[in-house]
Design a protein around this ligand. Structure first.
Ligand code: COI
Length: 350
């Protein structure tokens, strides 16, 4: 289906300048992509000026959290062109999240049209410094005005964009969250739904008071295995091997996680996808057996971890950033920013 381009889009884009200090997700591109779904039928996609949404106060999303989203990026390559990284993986994960919340999935072609169109029209807004990009945020909400607890009959799909730097610059201090759980057994932890992030915020408030940056969540079934951070996956180098928690049903399968596993294999690292018990990990850090740890995600890329602590301990990692985090970050960014051969066929020109 063709995409409708609102004539006001050109006007909105003309006066827009990328701010000098980017930060993450604060400056919004002046346009957005939208499509609506009524009783299972999707409308034509349209690119329109960025504006507040008009939403009924009784809309299901506002009460029952029928809302899922994606995080992805448009990169400026060394040659100056614009490219997306594995966008079909985001389309598939959004379909999975939507299904989990009883929402219609956005057809892959519509999803890809949305992210390609906004990236193409915002090509001049894609920053070119190392680690910077145009962050894209596709999201889907249930809009039917009706307070019964049932799936909405109407939905809106949007893609907004934000010229951004990495989510977290510098090293991170992780707080082991032993009180709350991010996800439940059989819950929505492996879907990218808004409620997972709302549920993590109380922990963030507590850890900031203690001088930490991010929560390290434990598996809800046993509260002893490491799952992930609130918006990033976890890796640690233990006895020279690269470990990451195996997907447990309560971990979001990060596209960066998946890509790093492939890259790490290509670079010759020994990989272990399995259980990481938090108490073992803490003693491995204290004894120097665990030499480095890092978090990864689309927004974060790779963020080195300098400290992991809880009420009883605070252990400093031997190296932050360590050599494995540095090598993987460079290798990933080199592909994304078009400085290295894309042997995996991950990049898609816009
Ligand atoms: C992303 O990495 O794109 C995410 O959606 C995580 C979010 C906390 C920024």
């Amino acid at each position: 289906m063709s995409i409708y381009i609102d004539p006001e889009v050109a006007v909105s884009l003309r006066g827009y300048e990328v701010p000098e200090r980017l930060g993450f997700g604060t400056a919004m591109a002046p346009v957005m992509f939208r499509a609506v779904c009524q009783d299972g039928c999707w409308s034509q996609g349209e690119l329109i000026p960025y504006a507040p949404l008009t939403i009924d106060p009784a809309a299901k999303v506002l009460h029952y959290a029928q809302s899922c989203f994606e995080g992805m990026k448009a990169y400026r390559t060394a040659a100056g062109s614009i490219a997306l990284f594995r966008p079909e993986k985001n389309a598939a994960r959004m379909a999975y999240s939507a299904k989990r919340l009883c929402m219609p999935s956005v057809p892959e072609s519509l999803f890809l049209d949305g992210v390609r169109t906004i990236a193409a029209y915002c090509a001049n807004l894609v920053p070119g410094n190392r680690g910077e990009s145009l962050y894209l945020r596709p999201f889907l909400i249930g809009t039917q005005a009706d307070l019964t607890v049932s799936a909405s009959t109407s939905y809106e799909f949007y893609v907004i964009a934000s010229p951004s730097e990495a989510y977290h610059t510098g090293n991170m201090r992780l707080w082991v969250e032993r009180e709350d759980a991010r996800a439940a057994v059989g819950g929505t932890g492996d879907a990218k739904v808004g409620g997972n992030y709302a549920g993590s915020l109380l922990s963030v408030g507590r850890l900031k008071e203690r001088g930490y940056d991010q929560s390290l969540w434990l598996n809800p079934a046993d509260r002893s295995r490491v799952d992930e951070l609130s918006g990033m996956n976890f890796f640690a180098v233990i006895e020279g091997k690269l470990h990451t928690p195996a997907l447990s049903g309560s971990i979001l399968e990060g596209i960066t996680r998946n890509s790093l596993l492939k890259l790490a294999r290509e670079l010759g690292y020994d990989l272990v996808e399995g259980a990481i018990h938090i108490d073992t990990l803490l003693s491995q850090i204290a004894s120097g057996v665990c030499t480095e740890a890092f978090a990864c995600g689309t927004a974060a890329i790779i963020s080195p971890i300098s400290v992991i602590g809880d009420e009883a301990h605070s252990h400093e990692l031997y190296q932050a950033p360590g050599p494995v985090a540095k090598a993987l970050r460079e290798a990933l960014l080199d592909i994304q920013e078009g400085r290295a051969e894309d042997n995996f066929g991950w990049m898609q020109p816009v």
